[in-house]
Design a protein around this ligand. Structure first.
Ligand SMILES: Cc1ncc(COP(=O)(O)O)c(C=O)c1O
Length: 379
């Protein structure tokens, strides 16, 4: 079935008592047993809840996976995947991953016996060089946040398979509508459902999607044991948001293309990063592994001519806020906001500068958004 059909229908028809078209919300912490040792499939909401279960079925179907666990946040999903490792294990990942992921790896898991190499994931030689006998996992974020570097999924996952390494792909930026890492052999897909899957900036959530039974059992065990599963109401909201994912993604992309082209031609913008622009240096890879470009873009502002503070202040439609993937356009300064947790050293390695500005393009009128940017950039 087409992804538009799956987004609306998969997993949603759960009410056999009254046949409600919408999945019921079960805000219960616990479930009554029919008799000792016998229940109707659920015993306690941390371990399983029918509303969350519906969302998990839906996300797994969108990604083409075997199953999924919906978690309280995207970071909870990432934490869960990291628990697949043992002390002594090593992970190869990008030097330009999301700041919160970088912080979790560098400040928390590396103090608990897991080591990380943060490298340029576009450089296959660098990846090969970073792999050690203790390497167990390759962590991929593509396109990267916020500079939209593309990691070659087929090549990197192929290399990982030869070396028997687990591959995890954070697919938050494109969503399954525009990229499906399981088609390239990934083992696990991570989502911050806070972003495009929910799409309305009114919930935080995450998902770990898996493609093998044994891996799924471990993930479900960890989500329950760590206590990071998603609340039923939040799961219900994400499930509601997902239904319009394909249409929202098309609208985000249409607007992003127009805004990126406008920015590229503006004399006060030094460089634009957007996968839909011909100037993006990885066009052939983009066409090979992505079904679209998405709604995220970044640019280098000429801050000598347009200082940052007044630029952000003059914007009336773009809201200065972290996060992304909602219907409203957000703008932010990765150096001091979304990626500040990387510290100056990590920021430098990632290529983010003090002039980098990130936009999550919403679904408002592109003309209105461009007018807003025009005024803030000045003549
Ligand atoms: C690519 C990516 N992965 C993971 C996360 C973490 O998700 P959450 O904020 O839902 O914990 C984010 C958050 O911005 C992100 O951008």
């Amino acid at each position: 079935m087409d992804i538009r059909t799956r987004a609306v229908l998969t997993g949603t028809a759960k009410d056999t008592q009254y046949n409600s078209v919408i999945t019921p919300l079960y805000p219960t912490s616990t479930f009554r047993f029919e008799e000792l040792g016998k229940h109707k499939g659920y015993d306690y909401s941390r371990s399983g809840n029918p509303t969350r279960g519906a969302l998990e079925e839906n996300i797994a179907a969108l990604e083409g996976g075997l199953g999924a666990s919906a978690t309280a946040t995207g970071m909870a999903a990432i934490t869960t995947a990291l628990f697949l490792l043992e002390p002594g294990d090593h992970v190869v990942t990008g030097n330009d991953i999301y700041g919160g992921t970088y912080r979790l790896f560098k400040d928390i898991f590396s103090k608990r016996g897991i080591s990380f190499s943060f490298i340029n994931m576009m450089d296959l030689k660098a990846i090969k060089k970073a792999i050690r006998p203790s390497t167990r996992m390759i962590w991929i974020e593509t396109p990267s946040n916020p500079l939209l570097h593309i990691v070659d999924l087929e090549t990197v996952i192929g290399l990982a398979k030869k070396k028997k390494l687990l591959t995890v792909v954070d697919n938050t930026f494109l969503s399954p509508y525009f990229q499906r890492p399981f088609e390239f052999g990934a083992d696990i897909i991570i989502h911050s459902t806070t972003k495009y899957l929910n799409g309305h900036s009114d919930v935080v959530g995450g998902a770990v999607v898996y493609n093998h039974k044994a891996l799924g059992e471990k993930i479900r065990y960890f989500v329950n044991a760590l206590g990071v599963s998603e609340a039923p109401f939040d799961a219900w909201l994400v499930l509601r948001g997902i239904k319009t994912l394909p249409y929202r993604m098309e609208a985000h992309q249409r607007n992003a293309l127009k805004i990126a082209s406008f920015l590229e031609g503006h004399p006060r913008v030094k460089q634009v990063y957007y996968t839909g622009l011909e100037s993006h240096p990885q066009q052939s890879l983009i066409k090979k592994q992505m079904k679209g470009f998405g709604g995220m873009l970044a640019f280098e502002l000429d801050t000598k001519k347009v200082p940052l503070k007044p630029f952000f202040k003059k914007l009336k439609l773009f809201q200065l806020a972290e996060s992304l993937g909602g219907v409203e356009s957000l703008i932010e300064h990765p150096w001091s906001m979304s990626h500040a947790s990387m510290g100056p050293e990590g920021l430098k390695a990632s290529g983010i500068t003090k002039e980098t500005v990130r936009i999550s393009v919403g679904i408002e009128s592109a003309d209105d958004l461009i007018e807003d940017l025009k005024k803030a950039l000045g003549k």
